[in-house]
Design a protein around this ligand. Structure first.
Ligand SMILES: NC(=O)c1ccc[n+]([C@@H]2O[C@H](COP(=O)([O-])OP(=O)(O)OC[C@H]3O[C@@H](n4cnc5c(N)ncnc54)[C@H](O)[C@@H]3O)[C@@H](O)[C@H]2O)c1
Length: 439
């Protein structure tokens, strides 16, 4: 047996040995790494999922640790060093809600330390890290779920069912967009007055990112910088890819082309605030070939909207507030454009045409149904709660999660390549099966 195979078997056996099973009454103890906006929301949903308790929180900014104790009790452990959390034996799972540039590293270290992982989208900041996370998931046998909650949404599930049942005929185009017109929508998050080198472990924030002098705006508005974030594509396109892949069963485009620019929010950011992406999806067992267009606009004068249109040969499925199916009956005859032909030709044409399509008398019962059906989720439906409930259910059952590392890289990959396409002004070819860049 080769040394590498032996190492693999040993580590797989070690992973199995570490596999913890939970009795029905056992609480799953989790820790939060990165206690900002989303980490806090994740914790709320993780606790609401039931059968869970929060044991510890790590963040490199002291005041977020103070706030964590205010919210979840003075008895939780807090630290600025996430490695202390991974070393603890009393923690089963971690939620990783740091800036994007930390996702892959902490996720891999956590799985190697025997923790199950819920990692926020985008799963990785760099495409190549996607395969490393996927490998680590397989090697360690841990559970990893990516945090794009649409994959657990009953609204997206309904759209999936309708599409599969042929509600709009054959799919040919998907359009999705996300428009915002506010400072907070454009990521101008608050910078606290106590931000200082004493309250913030600056080097721990930077991690593997390029060295930079202490500058709080780069931490509190990290999305604005390529060093830590992933632009509108990694922040928002990735949600659209995840939701769309879930609805259609697609695994990713073969061709990525994106364009955009920084039009309005010239606040020092080095990423676009308007971005358009076009993607080619090849035919698969799950769907016909189709095209995708995505748009994010942070300068949309008319306000904030986000939505999806799945365009088929028989109708359109829209996802906005719930799911809407709009159908227009296809014409019963194709019609003709013969006016520019000589009269004799017109007559000959019409004779043949009427042989093929006999004239229908317009009667009430010759009218065809045209319609719209709407499917609304129950009031206060929360897909984020469902996504966490699914994660913790998988921890108990050891059954696959709804959004694993492979799904995560197949959504993050084309999103991140959209940035590359904008910056390099070229199209990028992607191999969605193997989650690899082709050119
Ligand atoms: N699923 C969703 O709908 C959704 C929504 C918003 C954000 N997100 C994702 O959640 C993640 C966090 O976003 P956010 O808006 O909460 O950002 P945030 O800035 O509010 O929070 C990030 C936190 O991580 C901390 N941090 C930075 N480096 C760290 C490190 N090395 N160790 C521990 N903590 C560290 C920061 O101090 C901060 O408190 C991002 O990846 C983002 O894409 C997902």
């Amino acid at each position: 047996m080769s040394a590498s195979r032996r190492t693999f078997l040993l580590s797989a056996a070690a992973a199995l040995a570490r596999q913890k099973t939970f009795a029905a009454n056992d609480k799953i103890r989790f820790a939060l790494i990165g206690a900002g906006g989303m980490g806090s929301s994740d914790t709320v949903s993780a606790l609401a999922a039931g059968g869970t308790e929060i044991a510890a929180v790590a963040d490199i900014y002291q005041s977020r640790l103070t706030r964590a104790k205010e919210k979840w009790g003075a008895n939780i452990a807090t630290t600025r060093d996430y490695k202390e959390i991974l070393a603890r034996k009393d923690i089963d799972a971690v939620i990783i809600a740091t800036p994007d540039h930390w996702h892959a590293q902490i996720a891999i270290e956590a799985m190697e330390a025997g923790k199950d992982v819920y990692v926020e989208k985008p799963m990785v900041q760099k495409v190549a890290d996607g395969l490393r996370v996927w490998e680590a998931q397989k090697r360690t046998g841990r559970i990893l779920q990516v945090g794009s909650q649409r994959v657990s949404s009953i609204v997206y599930k309904k759209a999936q069912e309708l599409l599969k049942a042929g509600a709009i005929g054959e799919l040919n185009l998907v359009e999705a967009w996300w428009d915002r017109n506010s400072a907070i929508g454009a990521w101008q998050y608050s910078i606290p007055p106590d931000a200082s080198p004493e309250t913030i472990s600056w080097e721990r924030f930077l991690g593997s990112a390029p060295k930079h002098d202490f500058e709080p705006i780069r931490l509190f508005r990290w999305r604005n910088y390529q060093d830590y974030g992933t632009g509108v594509a990694g922040d928002l396109f990735v949600h659209l890819f995840s939701g769309m892949h879930f609805v259609t069963g697609a695994i990713g485009p073969e061709r990525v082309f994106a364009t955009g620019g920084l039009r309005f929010w010239k606040d020092g950011r080095d990423v676009p605030d308007v971005m358009l992406g076009l993607y080619d999806y090849a035919k698969s067992d799950a769907h016909p070939a189709f095209n995708l267009s995505l748009r994010v606009n942070f300068v949309n004068g008319a306000g904030e909207t986000s939505g999806f249109r799945f365009v088929g040969s028989e109708g359109i499925i829209t996802i906005g507030n719930g799911v809407t199916v709009t159908k227009q009956p296809r014409e019963s005859e194709p019609g003709y454009t013969i006016d520019t032909f000589p009269q004799a030709t017109q007559q000959e044409f019409l004779k043949k045409y009427r042989e093929k399509y006999p004239q229908q008398e317009a009667k009430a019962d010759s009218m065809r149904a045209n319609g719209e059906s709407r499917y609304l989720p129950p009031p206060r439906y929360n897909d984020h709660l469902d996504h966490h409930a699914n994660f913790f259910a998988s921890l108990r059952s050891r059954q696959p999660v709804v959004e694993d590392a492979l799904f995560g890289i197949r959504a993050a990959g084309p999103a991140l390549l959209s940035n590359r396409s904008v910056f390099e002004k070229r199209q990028i070819l992607w191999d969605p099966t193997n989650a690899k860049v082709k050119v």
